[in-house]
Design a protein around this ligand. Sequence first.
Ligand code: NAP
Length: 486
Amino acid sequence: MTHHRVVIIGSGFSGLGMAIRLKQAGIEDFVILERAGDLGGTWRDNTYPGCQCDVESNLYSYSFAPRATWSRTYAPQAEIWDYLRECARKFALEKHIRYQHEVQSATWDDAAARWRIETAGGPFTAGVLVAATGPLSEPSIPAIPGLNEFPGPRFHSAAWDHGVDLAGKRVAVIGTGASAVQFVPRIQPEAARLYLFQRTPPWVLPHRDRPVRGLARALYRTVPAWQRVVRSFVYWSRELFVRPFMRPRPNSLPERLARTHLERQVADPGLRARLAPSYAIGCKRILISNVYYPAIQQPNVELVTDDIREVRGRAIVTGDGHEREVDVIILATGFRVTEMPFASRVTGRDGKSLADRWRPSPSAYRGVAVAGFPNLFFLLGPNTGLGHTSVLVMVEAQLRYVMGSLRHLERSGMSAIEVRREAQDGFDAEVQSRLRDTVWNAGGCRSWYLDSTGRNTTIWPGMTWPYVNMLRRFDPAAYHLSQRPA
Ligand code: NAP
C-alpha cells in the first residue's frame, strides 16, 4: 500500500492540469491513476475521422502552456492529444502516472483521515483525492431492442473501430450531435450507402476554422504576449456571444445566422424542414460545420427521421415499419454525463456512496466539493460544464481553488477539510434559480444537460468570468476542518 499526499484520478486535461499546478507549487508527492494505457482522456479516446475541437486552440489549451505551433485555429484531435503528451513531458508528469490503474473503490477512512483506494493495479491511500474523471468519458449506448444481436460490426464514436473498412458498405449512423456532424462528412464518400438516423435536428453554424499561417506562428513564438492577446480576444468574443441566446428569444442573432446557413446550404424545402430545429438555439450544444449539410445531400445518404423501433437481424426497423439493411452500425449517441458511474465507487464519511448522496440529482459546492466527502475535490464537477466556450477556463479556476484549499489545510495543521452542507445547498439553490429561465432549461429541448429528474446538473448558468472571479480565493468559511483522533 502506497500513501500519497494527493491522488488524482484521470489523466485528461483536468487531471494533468492539477498535476502541473502541484508541481509548480513544489508538491511532488502525488500520483495520477489512469485506467487506460495512455494519457489524454477524451482526446485519447475520440479518434473518429474528422475529430476536432469546436473551440479555438488558443483558448482550448492551458493558459500556462501556450503552443505556438497549432496547425489550424481549431486543432484536430491528434494535435490536441499530442499537446497533452508534450505537456506531460515538459512538466515531467510521466513518472507520476500509473497506467492500467482503474479505480475500483475509494473509501474515506475517518479514523486515519485518508482515502483508501482500490485499483486494478493495487491499493493506495491518499491525504487528498482529486476526481478528474471527465464528464465525457462514459459512452452512452442506447437501449434499442436487438442492437446487441446485430451480426455486423457496431461501435461507438468514442471507441472508433479503425479495423472496420467502411468502403462499399451500408452504414447506419445513429445520432446527429457534435461527433456525428464531424465524422459523417468524412465517411460519406467511402460508404456505399449511409443512413443517418436523426432524432432531433441540431442547430448548425458556419465554421471559421482556417490554417494558422507561418507568420502567425512565428509571431506566437517570438512575441508570446501576442498569443495571449489573441486568447483574450477569443475568450471575450465567446463571453459576449453567449448573451444573445442565454434567455430563449425567437429570432435571436445566432438563430438567424444558423437559419441562413441552413437556407444557403440546403435548397430542398422538404429536407430543410426536416433539418430545422424547433427549439431555441443553445438549448442543445450549438454545432459548427461547413461540410455537414453538403455531405448529407449526397445521393448515397438518406436522412431518416422516423424513430428506431428495433434492430432485427441486419435491418434497422423504424416506427413506420420500414426496414433498412446495413453492414455496420455507428453509435454517435453521446455520453453518460449526468449519471457519472464513478460515483457508485466512492464512499464518504458516513458510509454512504456518492451515488446515493447524489440520488436523485447531483450537486457540489462551486462544482468542486460535496458535504460528507472530506478531502475530495472534483474538477468539472456538477454545474461547471459550458455550452459556449472552453471548459478549460472552468478547470483552471478550479485548479487555483483546489490549490488554495490544500494550502489552507496545510497551514491549519488539521487533517481533513469538508464543505458545510448549508454552503453546498445554498450554492446549488442559487445556481438552479439562475438557470431557471435560461435557454439550457427553458429552451424547449431535451438535452444531456438535464438529468433524469429534469434538473440541469451540468451547465454553469452563463458567462464564465463571475465563476472565475468567485474561485480566485479559497473561502474557508464554507468549510469545516477536523483533526484525526490522537
Ligand atoms: P450528443 O451531442 O449527446 O449527441 C448524441 C446524439 O445521439 C443526439 O443526436 C441524440 O439525439 C442521439 N441519440 C441518443 N440516443 C439515441 C437513441 N436512442 N436513438 C436515436 N438517437 C439517439 O453526443 P456527441 O455528439 O458525442 O457529443 C457529446 C458532447 O461531446 C458534445 O455536446 C460536446 O460537448 C462534446 N464534443 C465536442 C466535440 C468538439 O469539440 N468538436 C466533438 C464531439 C463531442 P437527441 O438530440 O434527440 O437526444
